[in-house]
Design a binder for this molecule. Structure first.
Ligand SMILES: Nc1ncnc2c1ncn2[C@@H]1O[C@H](COP(=O)(O)OP(=O)(O)OP(=O)(O)O)[C@@H](O)[C@H]1O
Ligand SMILES: [Mg+2]
Length: 328
């Protein structure tokens, strides 16, 4: 803000300073991330009933990351993905994808955003593919819409079908493909126009675990070979284990995340180490896992103590403890 010269009329300058500081913090939040959600709120209003599907959700996804979103049914995963896909508009907060502010896109830019910047894979293959077109014709469709010539289209379609491992399915219609093949064709279609971000809402939800694994492998290949940032919603623990980072959503907020990295033992063998983190939001809130608080019978308030390298959290009990059953 340029007008930060002191206004001597009273309390106003302080408020302006605070506002500017808050705006600067918001602008800095996730400045280098590819997907930024900051305090995202989505309220559905239907016949006098209000559902708060997202209540101040924060999420950062790095460029080129492959990550999963998990959470109970109704926790807000699809709501979030629809917003990131440009299909729905949040009630409040910040949603930015590839430097595009999703709250301020006009109709034309929103259409361009959906065609060029993001790709989407739905759970039901029938929503991704047209039944009367072959796999190759389906994948060619977005290329046709964006005006690519026939030769370029054929070449791109063949490359993509090969990339996701279904080159042999090119001339078959969806009904002649297995569920896993259909979803791999859907992945090829979703990245046809080389979007920066690929969003997938339970793409393996209707598949058995072997087939689900093949679809995940296709998403990983796209992530590595094309450099696409991939966000996949899943209920399947096997799927979430095959990505680098899993963020759990609870009640419309990000609650915890698991980060996986590969470590080499002394003998050179690789093993995957998974570490669980609670998410600390910008105002300092974090959710303690239910099973931790239940086991230590923590409720309403806890005692905090700052140590040199950590923060201790204790149940609110009288010093000396006493009978754990008797302190209800
Ligand atoms: N169009 C809508 N109108 C009203 N409420 C909605 C609408 N869409 C979603 N909701 C509500 O918003 C909340 C979040 O729904 P959402 O579909 O995002 O959950 P989800 O995490 O994707 O669940 P699931 O795992 O079952 O797909 C739910 O309470 C749901 O009932
Ligand atoms: Mg959903």
């Amino acid at each position: 803000m340029s007008g930060d010269s002191p206004d001597r009329a009273g309390a106003a300058p302080d408020l302006r300073g605070l506002e500017a500081a808050a705006r600067a913090t918001r602008e800095r939040f996730g400045a280098d991330a590819h997907v930024v959600c900051d305090g995202l709120v989505r309220i559905y209003r239907a016949e006098q009933v209000e559902v708060v599907a997202l209540q101040g959700l924060d999420l950062l996804v790095g460029r080129g990351e492959l990550m999963a979103l998990v959470g109970a049914s109704g926790s807000g995963k699809s709501t979030l993905l629809n917003i990131l896909a440009g299909l729905d508009v949040p009630t409040a907060g910040v949603a930015r994808v590839a430097d595009q502010d999703l709250l301020s896109l006009d109709a034309a830019s929103r259409l361009r955003y959906r065609r060029e910047v993001v790709g989407f894979v739905w759970q039901q293959a029938a929503r991704n593919l047209l039944p009367y077109l072959t796999a190759a014709e389906n994948v060619a469709l977005p290329l046709l819409v964006s005006g690519r010539g026939r030769r370029a289209r054929t070449q791109r379609v063949d490359e993509l079908l090969e990339l996701v491992g279904v080159a042999d399915c090119r001339d078959r219609r969806p009904a002649e493909l297995s569920g896993g093949e259909q979803q791999r064709v859907s992945v090829a279609l979703a990245v046809a126009n080389d979007p920066q971000v690929l969003l997938a809402d339970e793409p393996t939800g209707e598949l058995d675990s072997v087939t689900a694994h093949e679809v995940m492998a296709a998403l990983r290949t796209v992530n590595i070979e094309l450099g696409t940032t991939v966000v996949v919603v899943t209920h399947d623990p096997l799927v979430s284990e095959s990505v680098d980072r899993t963020v759990a959503i609870r009640d419309g907020r990000t609650a915890s995340e698991v980060v996986r990295r590969t470590e080499r033992d002394a003998d050179g063998s690789a093993r995957v180490v998974a570490e669980e983190y609670a998410v600390l939001d910008r105002v300092g809130r974090l959710q303690l896992p239910h099973d931790f608080t239940r086991r230590l019978r923590m409720r309403q308030r806890v005692r905090l103590e700052l140590e040199p390298d950590h923060i201790g959290v204790w149940p609110d009990r009288p010093a000396g403890g006493g009978d754990p059953e008797g302190d209800e």
